[in-house]
Design a protein around this ligand. Structure first.
Ligand code: 1AG
Length: 135
């Protein structure tokens, strides 16, 4: 039985989001707006099938994937790039690799009780986000 991430999660900490956005090539003005946001994650999970929505007052992002199945991800409204993306289980962690123009791009999610962690990496930058379950 895989871990179940289903639920609603609100951000409580966001470390080095600025460095991550610089590595992605996001312009200054967009970074200043994005850095103020308090994203909410909505996970919908059915076994190995996921839809993850990241909601903010500025822009929303949604990604749907099945574990182990590579898909073409267009990071629309983020850095607007095309990636060949795969998400796999590492025990109960979700490990995503985003192959494309940027080296070392991907993210990892894991849970500890009602806390959800997300590490986003791009090139030499790591952003560490923490979320608390609200539903
Ligand atoms: C993601 O989460 C990315 C979700 O895949 C958004 C995370 C970071 C934003 C990425 C780059 C910033 C680019 C532009 C800034 C503009 C708007 C910011 C909007 C913030 C969120 C929509 C991993 C996983 C689900 O949870 O895919």
């Amino acid at each position: 039985m895989p871990a179940n991430y289903s639920g609603t999660w609100d951000i409580v900490d966001n470390e080095n989001f600025e460095g991550y956005m610089v590595a992605l090539g996001i312009d200054f003005a967009t970074r200043k707006i994005a850095g103020m946001l308090k994203p909410q994650k909505i996970f919908e999970q059915d076994g190995d099938s996921f839809t993850v929505k990241t909601l903010t007052t500025f822009r929303n992002y949604s990604s749907s994937f099945k574990i182990g199945e590579e898909f073409e991800e267009i990071t629309k409204g983020l850095d607007n790039k095309k990636c060949q993306t795969t998400v796999n289980w590492d025990n109960d962690k979700l490990v995503c690799v985003q192959k494309g123009e940027k080296k070392n791009r991907g993210w990892t999610h894991w849970m500890e009780g009602d806390t959800l962690y997300l590490e986003l990496k791009c090139e030499d930058q790591i952003c560490k986000q923490t979320y608390k379950r609200t539903a």
